[in-house]
Design a protein around this ligand. Structure first.
Ligand SMILES: [Zn+2]
Length: 104
């Protein structure tokens, strides 16, 4: 069993750290998880969309991916028996293709 749609507490609407979710995944005997924190690149909503890093709210265009992927890498070290994939859930709107492409 896998879960490829996990929002850790980097998303404003989520609670629980990446490590917390991995621990629970191991308890549930999942084989893989994929973290999909929200990425909302629409400049029109920039003032309303944030990412949480260490409890602080940062803008979407900040350096948050560095902390996000580092935390996922740390979980890979901590939970070596669990396949941990890294992703984002993109809040896509037409016209944002270049922004999304550059981010990915
Ligand atoms: Zn989602």
């Amino acid at each position: 069993m896998v879960d490829y749609h996990v929002h850790p507490n980097f998303s404003e609407d989520a609670q629980g750290s990446i490590s917390d979710f991995c621990g629970r995944a191991v308890e549930l005997e999942l084989e893989e998880v994929c973290f999909t924190t929200h990425y909302e690149p629409d400049p029109v909503r920039r003032e309303h969309e944030h990412v949480r890093v260490g409890g602080r709210e940062l803008g979407m265009d900040s350096d948050w991916p560095r902390a996000y992927f580092a935390e996922i890498e740390g979980a890979r070290q901590e939970f070596s028996g669990l396949v941990i994939r890294a992703g984002v859930e993109v809040g896509y709107e037409m016209g944002l293709e270049v922004i999304v492409r550059d981010f990915l």
